[in-house]
Design a protein around this ligand. Structure first.
Ligand code: ADP
Ligand code: MG
Length: 260
């Protein structure tokens, strides 16, 4: 049984891509077969995985979407980059933003990614989708084909209002397109426990949402080493295995494995 996790928050810079990379690496280290999908035209995930010139890749998720929308046949490994024995990447590049526009007129435009997922998920234990910072049609596609959503939240500004909008979208998608969609949990990232502000935000989110939505007890700490991993194109487990961010992502991985 495979599990598809959308990593989503319409706010940028909250740790979606970093969490995708490191949760993916953790699951892969645990021997699980993992597919990472870059669903952001900024291609941060693709860059983080060491592909510095996404525009030069022969195929990306844009081509995959094009094949589905135009009913063209493709192999189930079309566009995939082989990272390791237990990890593949479906990369993105900037032309994904044009694909997003073209989707507007496509038939069943919310379900394009689901069609893809039905074919490829059988090859993996976990599929992680790194969403773009918007609640547009691509993110809706991710929510429409996912089993659950992981919501990274940066504990450095008041996120409650943005969260309301996101959660509303998740429930709308659940009602109309994907009955099985669940919320895996809210994950606090870049937490600096020395500031009372961070603590207040964690408390407030727990108070407002904690009853209805799971909130991970594990918090990802603010860590300079973590912020350096994308440039180094390494996971935190390779870059700073003994650091506190690696420890947190290790615990997050265990929690996700436990949730099934
Ligand atoms: P998003 O995908 O939501 O836009 P990113 O994962 O790209 O967010 O993270 C935004 C920025 O914060 C990046 O520069 C990243 O390196 C940095 N960052 C991510 N996690 C941490 C952390 N735990 N501590 C410090 N910086 C972090
Ligand atoms: Mg990102």
């Amino acid at each position: 049984m495979s599990k598809v996790i959308a990593i989503a928050n319409q706010k940028g810079g909250v740790g979606k891509t970093t969490s995708t990379v490191n949760l993916g690496a953790g699951l892969s280290k645990a021997g699980k077969k993992v597919l990472l999908i870059d669903l952001d035209p900024q291609a941060s995930l693709t860059l983080c995985m060491g592909y510095r010139e996404p525009d030069k890749l022969s195929a990306t998720i844009t081509n995959v979407i094009d094949h589905i929308v135009n009913d063209k046949e493709m192999d189930s490994d079309y566009g995939l980059l082989h990272i390791s024995d237990t990890m593949d990447l479906l990369p993105a590049s900037i032309d994904l933003s044009a694909a997003e526009v073209s989707l507007v007129n496509a038939m069943s435009r919310e379900l394009v990614l689901r069609t893809y997922m039905e074919n490829v998920r059988v090859n993996y234990d976990y599929v992680l989708i790194d969403c773009m910072p918007s609640l547009g049609i691509l993110t809706v596609n991710a929510l429409a084909c996912a089993d659950c959503v992981l919501i990274p939240v940066q504990a450095a500004y008041l996120p409650v209002k943005g969260l309301q909008q996101l959660i509303k979208t998740i429930y709308t998608v659940k009602r109309r397109l994907n009955n099985d969609l669940d919320i895996e949990g809210i994950l606090f990232t870049m937490v600096d426990r020395r500031t009372t502000y961070a603590k207040e935000i964690v408390d407030e989110v727990n108070e407002v949402y904690g009853k209805a939505i799971p909130v991970f007890k594990i918090e990802i700490p603010m860590s300079v080493r973590a912020s350096e991993t994308s440039q180094a194109a390494k996971s935190i487990f390779e870059y700073d295995p003994k650091g506190k961010a690696a420890e947190a992502y290790r615990e997050l991985t265990e929690e996700v494995l436990k949730n099934g």
